[in-house]
Design a protein around this ligand. Sequence first.
Ligand SMILES: *[C@@H]1O[C@H](CO)[C@@H](O)[C@H](O)[C@H]1NC(C)=O
Ligand SMILES: *[C@@H]1O[C@H](CO)[C@@H](O)[C@H](O)[C@H]1NC(C)=O
Ligand SMILES: *[C@@H]1O[C@H](CO)[C@@H](O)[C@H](O)[C@H]1NC(C)=O
Length: 395
Amino acid sequence: MAAKRRSTLLSLLFICSSCISLLLFSALRTSTRTSISITDRWGEGVLCNYSDGAWVPDPTAGIPRYDGSSCKEIFKGWNCISAGKSNGRDLLRWRWKPASCDLPPFDPLRFLHQFRNTNIGFVGDSLNRNMFVSLVCTLKSVSKEVKKWRPVKADRGFTFLEYNLTVAYHRTNLLVRYGRWSACASGGPLESLGYKQGYRVDVDIPDGTWVDAPGFHDILIFNTGHWWWAPSKFDPVESPMLFFEQGMPLLPPLPPEHGLDRALRHMISYVEKKTGTSAIKFFRTQSPRHFEGGDWDQGGSCWRMQPLLPEQVEELFSLENNGTNVEARLVNQHLFKALKHSSFHILDVTHMSEYRADAHPSVAGGKKHEDCMHWCLPGITDSWNDLLVAHLKSM
Ligand SMILES: *[C@@H]1O[C@H](CO)[C@@H](O)[C@H](O)[C@H]1NC(C)=O
Ligand SMILES: *[C@@H]1O[C@H](CO)[C@@H](O)[C@H](O)[C@H]1NC(C)=O
Ligand SMILES: *[C@@H]1O[C@H](CO)[C@@H](O)[C@H](O)[C@H]1NC(C)=O
């Protein structure tokens, strides 16, 4: 029963996709892109660390930037205002204020003009879908004429016809291909180690859902993370991840976090080979969860009505405390290492999001378990898109 509920929730939680990128890097680019938090040029050559800041009350910010009831892309469980979450509107009354610059809401009309004839692809898990939906709904609020379609095997996509701007979402959990594996009667190296069943994860093969995305999109935003820390699906005993490379099992078997390193390395170089030099590639850092009082399947909840204080953030997320949501910063360590010598830009949303224990659907998600992983829409993935646009502007 527990296992079944878990897998049901997991499949609901992760409606998803994803990938990585490039080859020609200059020493200068590398050095600016590898810092742990993103530091970009802003205005007159002033450097801004967007991760260093605070959520400040903003009385003017309470107006949703799109109407959750008319933007059909919003998954019901994420539409906190319609679902009657008590702070569904209040959670919008905060603005992320970086210490040394501003992060204004982007102007959707200007965005549409600026990115005419451009294809933008989100590749990753349901948290990237959450960000994709925020962008689509924001743009739809000013330009309603859209064509809905699925470019290069995307899960969903829209072209804003007046501007010939396409935004698509490619669903992938691990970036790499995986599927069920079971022991072969004739035996083999994994069988001889006693493995009976599990998941075969090919660390060097991109998931088919996005394999052609790097050749199609001009701007790509990748993510992966939650699924690598999902023992309820990839149970280390009942259904372990079994990693393969060049069609052969990796021996001795790797733990998931080392499989992640391999997969990232291969996918980053795949994307770098497949994209033109003009393509802009982002890797988004891990989205934090806010389960308190237990994990999602142990009655954990997120009942807070206000952003956390800095000391509460450290208590919940510091690696030393090894708390329920510890994977947020752990995943990032793997990402930063893998992206170090790549041409990817890092879109660091982790720290700003760590404060927002108040911004998940919680019971309004409408599931048996509280949803303290995805984000209410409208909500803070709107700010992630502001950050994306700020980075694009600074290039
Ligand atoms: C940016 O700010 C974050 C959060 O305060 C900090 O951890 C990080 O070290 C800063 N990055 C740089 C390059 O100063
Ligand atoms: C629309 O944009 C794509 C590139 O994203 C381009 O190939 C195509 O020619 C454009 N169509 C028109 C009608 O301009
Ligand atoms: C962190 O906690 C989990 C259980 O909650 C435990 O299995 C794991 O060994 C701990 N890790 C460290 C590094 O203490």
